[in-house]
Ligand binder design. Structure first.
Ligand code: APR
Length: 228
């Protein structure tokens, strides 16, 4: 078996079977909130306490869920290949499953950052961010996640990673959000592209191998195949 560069682009679907609802699965509501009411800079300006509370609840819940067999299979894949996980998820389940090379395109739930300086961020684990907690510049701390309409600072790095893929595995993402969705088309022409999603649409990625299965069923089988 030759060692290849396997890039795995994941979305909320890979964490669904760990008990974390997807963004567009429940009629457009995310934990009973409209995304634009909690995941935008305008929402934070309008009602910072409500947004902080929403993310404090998400962070606390993350402590009580576990990586699933799909996350764990991707960690196992590192035994035989160079694996780069590029995730849109802000949860830490890939890391907790053992993946050692994870790029978070949309930030990380367990980090807080300055509202004034996006480069000033700290790990807070599963703790809360409170009103009045400020960065050294005196600005209110906020979740270190990318909200709608904000820049995606890791996008260039992500495109670079995908551009060197021998295999691009796309798991559990609707590819509804840009610029992340561009990544599905950034693999080199010779790369093999594999999609795992119960709702995968044919033709969205020409030439891709599509499995309309849940991640916990299909990803371990694909990892066995790639390690075979
Ligand atoms: N296994 C695999 N895929 C699944 C599973 C599962 N068990 N359950 C659901 N899915 C698929 C759905 O069919 C859907 O295509 O996961 C996808 C989830 O899509 P979204 O809810 O749109 O999540 P995602 O693609 O990650 O959203 C991208 O949008 O809201 C923003 O920043 C947020 O990172 C997020 C981005």
């Amino acid at each position: 078996m030759d060692r290849r560069h396997i890039v795995v682009l994941t979305g909320a679907g890979i964490s669904a079977e760990s008990g974390i609802p997807t963004f567009r699965g429940s009629g457009g509501l995310w934990f009973k909130h409209r995304i634009e009411d909690v995941a935008t800079p305008e929402a934070f300006d309008r009602d910072p306490e409500m947004v902080l509370t929403f993310y404090n609840q998400r962070r606390a819940q993350l402590q009580s869920v576990e990586p699933n067999t799909a996350h764990k299979a991707l960690a196992r894949l590192e035994q035989g290949h160079r694996v780069s996980v590029v995730t849109q998820n802000v949860d830490n389940l890939h890391e907790r499953a053992g993946s050692t090379n994870v790029l978070h395109l949309h930030g990380q739930l367990c980090r807080a950052r300055s509202s004034a300086d996006p480069d000033w961020a700290v790990d807070i684990g599963y703790g809360s961010i409170r009103m009045g907690q400020t960065c050294p510049l005196g600005s209110q701390l906020r979740p270190d996640v990318v909200w709608f309409g904000e820049p995606v600072p890791m996008m260039d790095a992500a495109r670079e990673v995908v551009s060197t893929a021998d295999v691009l595995m796309i798991v559990g993402t609707s590819l509804a959000v840009y610029p992340a969705a561009y990544l599905a088309h950034d693999a080199p022409p010779r790369a093999e592209v594999i999609v795992v999603d119960p709702e995968a649409q044919a033709g969205k990625i020409p030439g891709a191998r599509i499995y309309r299965d849940k991640a916990t069923l299909r990803v371990p089988l694909l990892v066995d195949e790639l390690l075979g």
